[in-house]
Design a protein around this ligand. Structure first.
Ligand SMILES: [Zn+2]
Length: 81
């Protein structure tokens, strides 16, 4: 099941991929497919933080060489200072 949602990185329109586990998965035409841990989403909402879009996209593409869907965890952060 696919639902239109906002991208968690660039806030553009992205597809939400149904997935099991403590994370949200999105497929964004600009950022590609990725997962963000629920823990990090909570942190972003609580602190009103946003991702550094360029840094995060670079990190995602570097992770994709391994073939798996990259998952952004709290320790990766990649937030704007
Ligand atoms: Zn995006």
């Amino acid at each position: 099941m696919v639902i239109a949602m906002n991208c968690l990185i660039c806030v553009g329109t992205a597809q939400r991929i149904q997935c099991l586990g403590p994370w949200e998965e999105r497929d964004c035409p600009e950022c590609g497919r990725y997962r963000v841990s629920d823990e990090l989403i909570m942190m972003l909402m609580e602190q009103g933080q946003i991702f550094d879009v360029n840094k995060t996209r670079r990190w995602l593409s570097s992770q994709r060489v391994a073939g798996a869907v990259p998952s952004i965890e709290v320790h990766e952060a990649l937030l704007l200072p």
